[in-house]
Write a protein that binds this ligand. Structure first.
Ligand SMILES: O=P(O)(O)OC[C@H]1O[C@H](O[C@H]2O[C@H](CO)[C@@H](O)[C@H](O)[C@H]2O)[C@H](O)[C@@H](O)[C@@H]1O
Length: 271
């Protein structure tokens, strides 16, 4: 396996993103690299308060049809958007808080999870500067601060998935993730689209990384709107350059909703 993307370019640079009607739209947002700037350390990431405020307005305007679709665990997502509690797919869809607030989680057999954890801890501790994130049923092997170990990290992850066919690799930005087979962001968005309040709406998904391509694929198949943030080949129909462009778009969307549907929007916010 190589880390180069084989995704076919499908995206045109589009300065003006569409302005869909929130009552007809299901909004899906990736987090790292889309709502939050990439940082050296996963723990250093934040979503600005005004963006959380705008998400709250859009969530209300869409009658709750707004979800986070992330590689992070749902618990971390809740901290990032606090005090909002949003529908969310975490760990690339291995966790899900659905539209009704019900929580679903894939688990690995306990012994297998322990064995994988021990193998990865031993392997990563031999690669100074790398960081192992343990998410229960998934693992993120970070090398952002130790680029010289990229190939070693990949080989370590490949050795684990070769032993456990229940697990697959998910490359990302300076990270190789190991996650349960059969779960990805496309499946997560598809599942949300089968249930209220998402069902019957036009899906919109904004993301920046390889893991988001599965989401773009599903959204494109549903004739929805897919938006890639940053450079790189993508299946997305639209492209913006920066996280700040996403923030501006959300601001425009919610401002329109505040004016058109002011009676539905909370007047006060705790953000
Ligand atoms: O699906 P996402 O919401 O984009 O989450 C993907 C992974 O994001 C985090 O790692 C990435 O962001 C870090 C902070 O900016 C950065 O330091 C790291 O290099 C990136 O890979 C997070 O730590 C992972 O758990 C997520 O799966």
């Amino acid at each position: 396996m190589t880390l180069t993307s084989e995704i076919q370019e499908n995206t045109t640079e589009t300065p003006l993103l569409p302005h869909p009607d929130s009552q007809q739209t299901a909004f899906f947002f990736d987090v790292d690299g889309t709502l939050a700037e990439i940082r050296d350390e996963p723990d250093a990431v934040t979503i600005p308060p005004e963006v959380r405020q705008h998400l709250q307005t859009l969530f209300a305007a869409s009658s709750g049809a707004l979800a986070l679709i992330s590689g992070r665990p749902v618990e971390q997502l809740d901290q990032l958007v606090a005090p909002l509690i949003l529908p969310a797919a975490g760990v690339h869809g291995a966790e899900m808080r659905d539209g009704a607030g019900e929580f679903h989680r894939v688990t690995l057999p306990a012994q297998m999870a322990k064995d994988v954890e021990q193998t990865l801890e031993a392997g990563m501790s031999a690669l100074p500067g790398t960081l192992l994130e343990i998410k229960g049923m998934a693992f993120a092997l970070h090398y952002r601060q130790a680029m010289q170990h990229q190939q070693h990290v990949l080989e370590l992850a490949e050795s684990v998935v070769a032993t456990y066919p229940e697990l697959v690799l998910q490359p990302g930005k300076c990270v190789i993730e190991i996650k349960p087979r059969g779960k990805d962001k496309g499946v997560a968005i598809y599942d949300f689209m089968q249930q209220p309040p998402f069902a019957g709406r036009l899906p919109v998904f904004v993301g920046d990384d390889l893991t988001d391509e599965k989401g773009f694929e599903v959204v494109n198949a549903m004739k929805g709107i897919s938006v890639k943030v940053g450079e790189g080949s993508s299946l997305a129909q639209y492209r913006v350059k920066h996280v700040s462009d996403v923030h501006q778009w959300i601001k425009r969307l919610q401002r329109h909703e505040s004016i058109s549907h002011s009676s539905h929007i909370p007047k006060e916010s705790n953000l």
